[in-house]
Write a protein that binds this ligand. Structure first.
Ligand code: SF4
Length: 62
């Protein structure tokens, strides 16, 4: 599974970082960055939850 964040949509709420800090981090300017675009199997559920709960729908999983 792969995950990306749309930089233009992200507003830095940090929901993703709370739900899966192993994959998402906040950059110094306060927006989400993907630390591990190839999501390890053990974090797939958390990443799907983050994608579903992102207020800006900025997270895409494939
Ligand atoms: S939850 Fe969505 S809007 Fe918030 S930091 Fe993560 S990707 Fe950005």
């Amino acid at each position: 599974m792969k995950v990306t964040v749309d930089d233009d949509s992200c507003r830095g709420h940090g929901v993703c970082c709370t739900l899966c800090p192993e994959v998402f981090d906040l950059s110094d300017d306060g927006y989400a960055v993907v630390e591990t675009p190839d999501v390890p199997a053990e974090f797939e559920d958390a990443v799907r939850s983050a994608a579903g709960m992102c207020p800006e729908h900025a997270i895409t999983v494939s």
